[in-house]
Ligand binder design. Structure first.
Ligand SMILES: C[S@@+](CC[C@H](N)C(=O)[O-])C[C@H]1O[C@@H](n2cnc3c(N)ncnc32)[C@H](O)[C@@H]1O
Length: 309
């Protein structure tokens, strides 16, 4: 568990992910989603003096926490950027083809959810923000104030699998015509009013909040873009380890690994080109014990691949 002044993030699949990186004591690693550094700290603890960990995170609080770590450990550096920019950063540092492992632990951290002012939680009233990078991009309030009703409905349906997407989008538009949606509870109210039947196991706002967060942060595009770039960073034998929490994220990761580990055949059935990755083992899920102590681990799924060419 990594600590912050007020909030903690309980790292998911900590040992499993670090083991999957198959660390070399003098290796170079990228933690693309630093958060509060749970994975980075364990990697550093297992590296020797020549090992290095580079990290990215687009959240300012994560960046602060990363700066604390780099002050304590000169083998660590953090860069405030979306992870799709990590490959360019490391390439500029001369590390293309030299990185021994890249880890993505996708989604949001617990402190992001727990701090009401970030606007990620339907259980806490705060400004309707939802940006991981507090300095850039459009907030959820700004997007909901200008988006067409059909665009809102499509986001709720495609990214949240929300079956009442059209009703909710309609209610949002009717409400904003009377007054702007400024807070998380303004949005929760619209969703609750537009939901005719409740699933007793799930708050009615769960799916819509998740969908709007994925949309505001372009989370699926970021993953697609970042994966396509990081393979070039890896040394032969280097590992790619990705932990997803959402089926749409996991589908992208699974299809990417499958595409990179197979080759097309020509007209005569001869292979064309070379596969760059090989899948390592089956997908890994959290143990019952981990899920019991951290319910967030329930949806985690980790996939591993190794660069082979
Ligand atoms: C689940 S947390 C990572 C937790 C971390 N492994 C730990 O043990 O503390 C995900 C982190 O990734 C960051 N993040 C998500 N998408 C990102 C992106 N596209 N670029 C950079 N950081 C991103 C979030 O800001 C968050 O801090």
């Amino acid at each position: 568990m990594s600590t912050d002044a007020a909030f903690v993030h309980q790292t998911v699949l900590l040992e499993e992910a670090v083991d999957a990186l198959a660390l070399r004591p003098d290796g170079v690693y990228l933690d693309a989603t630093f958060g509060r550094g749970g994975h980075s700290e364990l990697v550093l603890a297992r590296l020797g003096p020549a090992g290095r960990v580079y990290a990215t995170d687009q959240d300012l609080r994560a960046l602060e926490s990363g700066h604390d770590l780099s002050a304590r450990d000169p083998r660590f550096q953090i860069y405030h950027a979306p992870f799709s920019a990590a490959a360019n950063w490391l390439t500029e540092l001369g590390l293309s083809g030299q990185v021994n492992g890249v880890l993505f632990d996708l989604g949001v951290s617990s402190p992001q959810i727990d701090e009401a002012e970030r606007g990620f939680s339907f259980q806490r009233n705060g400004p309707l923000d939802m940006r991981m990078n507090q300095q850039a991009g459009e907030t959820a309030a700004e997007w909901l104030a200008r988006a067409e009703e059909t665009e809102i409905a499509n986001v709720l349906f495609q990214l949240g699998d929300e079956k009442f997407s059209r009703r909710i989008a309609r209610r949002i538009v009717e409400t904003r015509d009377a007054h702007p949606l400024m807070t998380t509870f303004d949005l929760v109210r619209c969703i609750v009013e537009a939901t005719p039947r409740r699933d007793p196991r799930k708050h009615p706002a769960t799916r819509s909040f998740q969908a709007i967060r994925l949309h505001i942060n372009r989370e699926l595009d970021e993953i697609t873009e970042a994966l396509s770039k990081v393979v070039d960073l890896l040394a032969i034998g280097g590992r790619l380890v990705v932990i997803s929490f959402h089926s749409l994220e996991d589908r992208i990761v699974k299809q990417f690994i499958r595409a990179e580990s197979s080759v097309d055949k020509d007209f005569f059935g001869q292979p064309v080109g070379t596969a760059r990755l090989a899948r390592v083992g089956a997908a890994v899920r959290a143990s019952e014990a981990e899920i019991a102590s951290n319910p967030r681990a329930r949806s985690a799924i980790m996939r591993i691949a190794e660069r082979v060419a």
